[in-house]
Design a protein. Structure first.
Length: 753
C-alpha cells in the first residue's frame, strides 16, 4: 500500500503543514527528514514483504513439485524412498512456514529479499534433489533448514519494521522538531513561544509585541512627530486674514483739482449704467406765460396762467358725474361689472370666453400661464434639471455599477486552486533559518530591522528617523509673510475715466467738488423756444407755444376702446353696440335687457360707490400692481388679492460642506414676506446638531432657515419683505460643516406676485 504525503498551506499563507498516512498534521521542520526516512523504510518494507510473499508462493509450488518428483524418484530408488519422502515433506512444510512468515512481515527490504532468495534457492535445490534421488534427500534437508532460517530472519525483519513504524508519535513534540499542537490558529495568527516559555502557541501579533516603535507609528498623528516645523497660522487656515505683511486695503481718494480720485454724482450731472458721467443741465430761460383751459364742464382748471413758476391743476368735476340717482346695473362701459351678485368664495372676476362681459370664475392651474408641469403633477419625472441618476442609484445592484474592477476567479471562489503564480512547494521542508544564506532554509526578502527604533525626525535626511514623501512647503508656510507669496495680485491702479472706461477723474472747469460730491457750477442762459401739450384721449389746441400763449385741453368724445361712450350727446340710459358708439336705450331694449325691472334716472347722475348688488364692486380704490379681484373668505364682498407664487424644491440625501443645493433664476417679479411667513421646510431624517442653510440673492445673503438639533422642521429668518425682479438668482447653500444625519429635505417658499 502506497503512503501519500499531503502538503497544506495554512491560513497565514506562510506555514506549510504535512499530513501523511493516519498521522496528525505536523509543521514542516528539521526532524521531518527523519520522519520521511522512516516512512520510506516502512514503504520499502511493505514492498519487500509483498515481494517475499510472492516469492514464497513460488517456492511453495516449486517445493510441492519437487516433492512429487521426489516421490517418483523414491519409487525408483528403492533404498531411499521413505527417507526422501519424509525430507520432501519437511521441505514443503518449511517452504509453507517461510511463506507464512513473509506474509506477516511488515517490512525490511534487505532481509526479506535475502530470505526470498534463500527460499527460492531452497526450492530449486529440493527439485534437484528429487531428480537425483541419491543426493536429493541431503539437499532437501539442507533446503528445509535454509527455509527455516529464512523464515526466522523474515519474521525478525517484520518485527523490526513494525517497531520502526510504531515509533512515530501521533503528535510531533517540539523536542522532535514539531509544534506539539494539534490544530491551526485563526487567520493571520503567528506561531510563538508562550508566556511561560514552556510550549508553542498561536497568537495575533499586536503593536505592543514590536519593540522600539515610536508613538507616531501607532497614533498616526502629526502631533507625535519629532522636530516638526513651526507652521504659520496661514499654513493650516489658508486665510488671507492670517497673512502677515499684507498691503493696506485700497481706499479710493476723493477727486480734486490735483488728485485723481473718485466722485459722487451731484446736481446738474447724470451717470449711466456704464459709469459715463454727463451734464444734465440744459440752460435756463424765461417763460412769459403758460395756461390751461377746460373745454368741458366735466373738468376744472385752476392755477393758470403761470407767468413765472407754479402748477396748473386739472380735476374732474364730480358734480357733473353724480350717479346717486342711478338704478339698475352699471355696465362695463361705465366702469361697472354688469353683474348683480357676487361669486362664491375665492372666485375671481374675469372676462368671459367670448370676450363680451365680466364673470366670476374659480381659477384652475390651467388659467395661470407660466406654470411648469410639475406644479400640477407633483411628479419627480416632470422636474427640469434633474440630476442624471445612474441605474445603480435605483437598483442597488453591483452589476449596475460602471467601472467595476475585473475580479480574478479566486476573489469569489476563495479557492487556493484558483490562485495564479502559486508557489512551487519543494519535496522536503526544513525549518526556516534567519542566518541561512542558501538552500530551502534561506529566508528571502528579509526586512532590514534596525538595532533600535527612534522617533521620526522631520529634519532627518537618512536612516530610520527619516520621514519619506514629506510635502514641499512653500516659504510662506513657515514665514507667514505676504512678501513670500507667489502670484500676488498687482497693486490697484485707478484708471482714468473715459466714455468707455470706468475710472477716476480730476475736477475741471465748470465743476466743483465738496466732500467727494461733484457738481456743475456753470449756470448758462437760454430761451424756451417751444412748449407743447399732447394727449391720446383729450383734444389739445394752441400747442405748441413758441413765445407766449394758451394751450386748450378739451375732453372731447372718448371712444369705447378708451372707456368712453363714443357719442357726443346722449339722453337716458346708455345702450352698448359692441365696439361702436353707444346710443340711448329704447324702452324695448331696456325691457329686453332687464325684463320688468323699472329703471329711472341717468348714469350721469350716479354718485357715491356702486354696490355689488348694482353691478359695482363696493370698492373705492384699485389694488396694487398684479393684484386680482377675488371674493373674500366670507364670500361677502370682493377684495384685491395678490396671486400666490410658491417655489418648491427637494434636497435628496445628506448635503456636503458648503454645497449649493438650489439655484433658481426668477422668470418674473414676486415678493417674499418678512420672516417667510407661510413657508415650510421638513427633513425626512432629523439633524444631529443645529444646521443653518443660507439664502442668497444675486450672491448676497438675505435670510436663512435653521434645523434645530434632533429637529425635522426648520425656522425661517427674513428681516423684511424681499421683492425679486425677473433675472434675479436665488441660491441656497448648505453650512460649512455638514450635518452627518440631516437628509431628504422638502422645502416650499410661499410668495406672492
Amino acid at each position: 500500500m502506497a503512503t501519500r504525503l499531503i502538503f497544506t498551506l495554512q491560513g497565514d499563507e506562510q506555514t506549510l503543514v504535512a499530513n501523511f498516512g493516519a498521522y496528525l498534521p505536523i509543521q514542516i521542520n528539521g526532524t521531518l527528514q527523519n520522519v520521511l526516512g522512516q516512512i520510506a523504510a516502512v514503504t520499502a518494507a511493505e514492498q519487500a514483504a509483498n515481494d517475499a510473499a510472492a516469492a514464497a508462493t513460488i517456492a511453495s509450488g516449486s517445493a510441492q513439485s519437487a516433492a512429487s518428483n521426489a516421490a517418483a524418484s523414491a519409487t525408483q530408488a528403492q533404498n531411499s524412498a521413505t527417507s526422501v519422502s519424509t525430507q520432501v515433506s519437511n521441505a514443503s512444510n518449511s517452504a509453507t512456514a517461510a511463506a507464512s512468515s513473509a506474509t506477516q512481515a511488515a517490512a525490511s527490504a534487505a532481509s526479506a529479499a535475502t530470505s526470498v532468495t534463500n527460499s527460492s534457492n531452497s526450492a530449486s535445490a529440493a527439485a534437484n534433489s528429487a531428480t537425483t534421488a541419491s543426493t536429493g534427500a541431503t539437499n532437501s534437508a539442507n533446503s528445509a533448514a535454509s527455509a527455516t532460517a529464512s523464515a526466522t530472519a523474515a519474521a525478525n525483519s517484520a518485527s523490526a519494521a513494525a517497531a520502526s513504524a510504531a515509533s512515530i508519535p501521533s503528535v510531533v513534540s517540539v523536542a522532535k522538531g514539531g509544534t506539539g499542537l494539534t490544530a491551526l490558529g485563526t487567520a493571520k495568527q503567528v506561531l510563538r513561544t508562550n508566556a511561560g516559555a514552556t510550549a508553542l502557541e498561536y497568537a495575533s501579533l499586536g503593536v505592543t509585541d514590536i519593540a522600539g516603535l515610536s508613538t507616531v507609528a501607532t497614533s498616526g498623528s502629526y502631533n507625535d512627530l519629532a522636530n516638526k516645523p513651526t507652521l504659520a497660522t496661514v499654513a493650516t487656515s489658508g486665510s488671507y486674514a492670517d497673512l502677515t505683511g499684507k498691503p493696506s486695503a485700497y481706499a479710493l481718494p476723493t477727486a480734486s483739482a490735483t488728485v485723481l480720485g473718485g466722485i459722487k454724482v451731484g446736481t446738474g450731472l447724470s451717470i449711466d449704467g456704464n459709469g459715463v458721467l454727463s451734464s444734465s443741465s440744459a440752460g435756463t430761460g424765461t417763460v412769459t406765460s403758460v395756461n390751461l383751459t377746460a373745454g368741458s364742464n366735466k373738468l376744472t382748471v385752476s392755477g393758470g396762467p403761470i407767468t413765472s413758476s407754479g402748477s396748473i391743476a386739472v380735476d374732474v368735476n364730480q358734480a357733473n358725474l353724480d350717479v346717486s340717482q342711478m338704478t339698475g346695473t352699471l355696465g362695463v362701459a361705465h366702469g361697472g361689472t354688469g353683474l348683480t351678485a357676487l361669486g362664491t368664495p375665492k372666485q375671481y372676476l374675469r372676462t368671459n370666453s367670448a370676450g363680451t362681459a365680466l364673470e366670476f370664475e374659480t381659477l384652475t392651474a390651467s388659467d395661470v400661464s407660466g406654470l411648469s408641469t410639475v406644479a400640477t403633477s407633483g411628479a419627480y419625472s416632470d422636474l427640469s434639471g434633474r440630476p442624471g441618476l445612474a441605474t445603480v442609484a435605483t437598483s442597488g445592484l453591483y452589476s449596475d455599477l460602471s467601472g467595476r474592477p475585473a475580479l480574478a476567479t479566486v476573489a469569489t471562489s476563495g479557492s487556493y486552486a484558483d490562485l495564479s503564480n502559486k508557489p512551487s512547494i519543494p519535496a522536503a521542508q526544513v525549518n526556516a533559518d534567519w542566518n541561512a544564506s542558501t538552500g530551502i532554509a534561506q529566508i528571502l526578502n528579509k526586512p532590514s530591522i534596525p538595532a533600535a527604533q527612534v522617533n521620526s525626525d522631520w529634519n532627518a535626511a537618512s536612516g530610520v528617523a527619516q520621514i519619506l514623501n514629506k510635502p514641499a512647503l512653500a516659504t510662506v508656510a513657515t514665514s507667514g509673510s505676504y512678501t513670500d507669496l507667489s502670484n500676488k495680485p498687482a497693486a490697484y491702479s485707478l484708471p482714468t475715466a473715459s466714455a468707455s472706461v470706468l475710472g477716476g477723474i480730476m475736477v475741471g472747469s465748470g465743476l466743483s467738488i465738496s466732500a467727494g460730491v461733484l457738481s456743475a457750477t456753470g449756470g448758462g442762459s437760454g430761451t424756451v423756444t417751444s412748449v407743447a401739450v399732447t394727449s391720446s384721449t383729450l383734444t389739445v389746441t394752441g400747442s405748441p407755444i413758441t413765445s407766449s400763449g394758451t394751450i386748450d385741453i378739451e375732453l372731447g368724445t372718448v371712444g369705447v376702446a378708451n372707456g368712453g361712450t363714443g357719442a357726443n350727446t346722449l339722453t337716458g340710459l346708455l345702450y352698448g353696440n359692441g365696439t361702436s358708439a353707444m346710443t340711448a336705450a329704447t324702452g324695448a331694449q331696456i325691457a329686453t335687457a332687464l325684463g320688468s325691472t323699472n329703471i329711472s334716472g341717468s348714469a350721469a347722475n350716479v354718485t357715491g360707490t356702486v354696490a355689488v348688488a348694482h353691478g359695482g364692486t363696493g370698492l373705492t380704490a384699485l389694488g396694487t400692481a398684479n393684484q386680482v379681484l377675488q371674493m373674500n373668505s366670507g364670500a361677502t364682498a370682493p377684495a384685491w388679492t395678490s396671486l400666490a407664487y410658491d417655489i418648491g424644491l427637494y434636497i435628496e440625501g445628506v448635503t456636503t460642506a458648503s454645497e449649493v443645493v438650489f439655484n433658481l433664476v426668477a422668470a418674473r417679479a414676486f415678493t417674499w414676506p418678512s420672516g417667510l411667513t407661510g413657508s415650510f421646510a421638513k427633513a425626512g431624517i432629523a439633524a444631529t446638531a443645529s444646521t443653518t442653510f443660507t439664502i442668497n440673492r444675486n450672491g448676497s445673503s438675505i435670510g436663512s432657515f435653521v434645523f434645530a438639533a434632533s429637529g425635522t422642521s426648520a425656522t425661517f429668518t427674513l428681516s423684511s419683505p424681499v421683492t425679486f425682479a425677473a433675472g434675479d438668482v436665488i441660491q441656497i447653500t448648505a453650512p460649512a460643516t455638514a450635518d452627518s444625519t440631516l437628509a431628504n429635505i422638502a422645502i416650499t417658499f410661499a410668495g406672492t406676485r
